[in-house]
Structure formats: structure tokens, C-alpha cells
Design a protein around this ligand. Structure first.
Ligand code: PEP
Length: 261
């Protein structure tokens, strides 16, 4: 696992996380290695995380430098049992993961995951000693009907339990309509949402905890827009899908992140 990070510097230190989704065979590990080698210079300034398919967690962990964290993309709420096809948080941890994404909009949409089930996965992640990246985001129709902040508030409230801290939880704002589409909200919109989410975190968890929990932006982050998005107040990093599959793109985003702080 990478270096230890104290609660007080988390909000200032950017995290660039890659979600490979259901992409990546063993032949793709060379991209992971290229990311690891190419990001050594960024390690003092940035946290880096790659979330490959569960089949590659162990091998990727073994092949990357310690400064790159490796995570899963979801986990079951139970530790073990008769749940064919599922992967528990303990299994991810056992395979070398330090993080796990929970509540990605593709899981919420394709597998009917509610915020309540996301919260139980978050609890499972913490039980296993994993840091959870909790995703929330509005759909296009919710945005167009002015429901964005209300939807996010409900997802945030329902997906977190009361004992979360910056040491074990990261929140990723990912507008559903921006994922994989090449579209992004304006920086004003991102700033408004992140300020609102920060306010809600502070309201629920108090000033110190609420400020320290990192808030990532995700949705069509690319080398060309990373600097602009990462410069938005209260954006503490990015969750990157498509552009994390290619080392050169992911590294360009990391470089943009380094130049932001
Ligand atoms: C994602 O799936 O979390 C994501 C942000 O995807 P993309 O960067 O491809 O929009």
C-alpha cells in the first residue's frame, strides 16, 4: 500500500482514480505498469488509484509500485456465503486492494443498487479495512428538471453511515449524463454542486470531518479538461473512466493535477 496520509492534509491532496470498468485482460497490465512507472515523479504530490476488474486486482497490485493504490469496483455487503458470482470486500482486501468503488451509477442503474444497499457495501468495505469511493450523480432528466441538488443530497445522505471519516471514505460526484459521453458540466455547475456537497458533509459530520472528506469529480475527465475541472474549489481529485485505460491519457491527467496545486 502507498504512503500514510493524515486526515488534515487529505482535502488539499488530490486523488486521481481510474475505473477500468469491465475492460482489461492480462494483456492490459502493461498500461497499468506504464502508469505506475510514468507517475513516480507525481507521487509526492498526488494520490493515485487504479480500479481494474476483480480478476486483475491481485496481479496489478503485484506489478505496480507502492505509490499506486489498487481498488475494486464494487463489493457484496456480506463477508462470505452463498452469493454466486459476487466478490466480498474481504476478498478484495485479500487480493491486495486498499480501496473499493461503491454506488457507481452503472451499478445503481444495471443492478438496481439503492443508496441503502450502497451504504451496506460501504459498511462492508470499512469492515474489511478498505477505503470506499462512494459515487453519487444525477441523470440528465433530473438535471433538466432542476432536481440535481435534491437528488445528490438524498443519495449522499442515504449512501453514508454516521461514522465515516476522511481516512475511510471518499465521495465522487459523477453526473450520469457526463459519464462516457464527452460532455461535462460547466465549472460553475461543478463548483455549485461541490460547495453544496461540502456543506452537507459539514452539516452532518462537523467542520473538521466534513472538510477533510475528499470530493472527487467524475464524468468525461480527459487530458484536455482536467486542469480546468481540478482547479474548481472543493474538487479534491477525479474519478476517470475511459481515459484511465490508456497510460498516456491518465498520466497527462495526473500531470495536469500536479500543476493545479
Ligand atoms: C466513470 O465511469 O466513473 C467515468 C467517470 O467514466 P468516463 O471518465 O469515461 O466518463
Amino acid at each position: 500500500m502507498g504512503h500514510e496520509v493524515g486526515e488534515n492534509d487529505l482535502a488539499q491532496r488530490l486523488l486521481i482514480a481510474g475505473n477500468w470498468k469491465m475492460n482489461g485482460l492480462a494483456s492490459h497490465l502493461n498500461e497499468g505498469r506504464a502508469i505506475s512507472e510514468g507517475s513516480r515523479a507525481f507521487a509526492p504530490q498526488l494520490d493515485l488509484l487504479l480500479c481494474p476488474p476483480a480478476t486483475l486486482v491481485r496481479t496489478l497490485r503485484d506489478q505496480l509500485d507502492d505509490h499506486v493504490f489498487v481498488g475494486g469496483q464494487t463489493c457484496h455487503h456480506a463477508e462470505k456465503g452463498a452469493h454466486t458470482g459476487e466478490v466480498s470486500a474481504e476478498m478484495l482486501r485479500d487480493a491486495g486492494a486498499s480501496h473499493v468503488i461503491v454506488g457507481h451509477s452503472e451499478r445503481r442503474a444495471d443492478h438496481g443498487e439503492s443508496s441503502e444497499s450502497v451504504r451496506s457495501k460501504l459498511t462492508a468495505a470499512h469492515r474489511a479495512g478498505l477505503i470506499a469511493v462512494v459515487c453519487i450523480g444525477e441523470t440528465l432528466s433530473e438535471r433538466e428538471t432542476g432536481k440535481t441538488l435534491g437528488v445528490l443530497e438524498t443519495q449522499l445522505a442515504g449512501s453514508l453511515h454516521d461514522d465515516v471519516s476522511a481516512d475511510d471514505t471518499i465521495v465522487a460526484y459523477e453526473p450520469v449524463w457526463a459519464i462516457g459521453t464527452g460532455k461535462t458540466p460547466s465549472t460553475d455547475d461543478v463548483a455549485q454542486v461541490h460547495a453544496h456537497l461540502r456543506g452537507k458533509l459539514i452539516e452532518r459530520f462537523g467542520e473538521d470531518r466534513g472538510r477533510a472528506i475528499r470530493l472527487l469529480y467524475g464524468g468525461s475527465v480527459q487530458p484536455a479538461n482536467a486542469a480546468t475541472l481540478l482547479a474548481v474549489p472543493d474538487v479534491d481529485g477525479a474519478l476517470v473512466g475511459g481515459a484511465s485505460l490508456k497510460a498516456s491519457d491518465f498520466l497527462a491527467i495526473c500531470e495536469a493535477a500536479c500543476n493545479c496545486r
